[in-house]
Design a binder for this molecule. Structure first.
Ligand code: UP5
Ligand code: MG
Length: 189
């Protein structure tokens, strides 16, 4: 069986930087399929899977779920969905995630969309989101910021050194952020 050839864009940025919001816009305008690693993990908790309790505890502590769990969920979607263009939102979150995804799937991202936003603004957005996410409380938000700075930013730096990062000023209003995002995607479509 031949592996299907897919195009992947990683969508990275801090908690509350607007990854999910802008991915929805990219799906509408450019025909990608949106895979949010966090959404897949939260669905896994709800499904009552054997890993559910472990995932729930990790998310509550803002910690990064073991990569084999996340990669399996992403891989299942990529295999089952009959599209060849995917936005992978919120993954890879550390060096180990990045290296494991590359070696397990053989997929190298086309580029990395990076939403750059201040912690103050991200915190404001997360505290007013009101979607009942168990990690949207000030204690967990602080932990998420710390993990982001220590583990996730180095991944962005790695891709930056390879010339793959497309940096977006994500502190602006949603419509203006999408104008910048559109400018990144338009030339390649
Ligand atoms: N909003 C959005 N854009 C705005 C703008 N320009 N101006 C004003 N408001 C704006 O947006 C957040 C809120 O801000 C919304 O209310 C929105 O309307 C508003 P959203 O688009 O949801 O931001 P996003 O970046 O997607 O924020 P999210 O909270 O989803 O980011 P995280 O990276 O924290 O969450 P994720 O779901 O990716 O991960 C959650 C947890 O899962 C992690 O902490 C970790 O424990 C676990 N996880 C793993 O272990 N491994 C993974 O690979 C992925 C997740
Ligand atoms: Mg999100």
């Amino acid at each position: 069986q031949t592996e299907k050839k897919v195009k992947v864009v990683f969508v990275l940025g801090g908690p509350g930087s607007g990854k999910g919001t802008q991915c929805a816009n990219i799906v509408q305008h450019f025909g990608y399929t949106h895979l949010s690693a966090g959404d897949l993990l939260r669905a896994e908790i709800k499904s009552g899977s054997e890993n559910g309790t472990m995932i729930q505890n990790m998310i509550k502590e803002g910690k990064i779920v073991p990569s084999e769990v996340t990669i399996k969920l992403l891989q299942r979607e990529i295999k089952e969905i009959s599209n060849d263009k995917f936005l992978i939102d919120g993954f890879p979150r550390n060096e180990e995630n990045r290296a494991a995804f590359e070696s397990v799937t053989g997929i190298v991202p086309e580029f990395v969309l990076f939403f750059d936003c201040s912690e103050e603004e991200m915190e404001r957005r997360l505290l007013s989101r009101n979607q009942g996410r168990e990690d949207d409380n000030i204690d967990t938000i602080r932990k998420r910021f710390k993990v982001y700075m220590e583990s996730s930013l180095p991944v962005i730096e790695y891709y930056n050194s390879k010339g793959k990062v497309r940096k977006i000023d994500a502190a602006k209003p949603i419509v203006e952020v999408f104008e910048a995002v559109r400018a990144v995607f338009s030339p390649i479509e």
